[in-house]
Design a protein around this ligand. Sequence first.
Ligand SMILES: [Zn+2]
Length: 66
Amino acid sequence: MLKCPNCTSKDIGKIGPEQYYCWSCFIELSYKDEMLSLHQVEEDGSLSSLDDLFTDEERKCDGASF
Ligand SMILES: [Zn+2]
């Protein structure tokens, strides 16, 4: 089960191929090359990256969780 690296919630919805959304803290997660990328959706609809806030270890995901 995929867990949100930001809030550890499991309330994750799939919004596209390898794209997920955390309904708990409202961030977008995308999965690529065994790493999660985290993005905050701004009010104007643009995305800002949150990757800098997390270590590689926290973002690493083996894909088995999906
Ligand atoms: Zn979250």
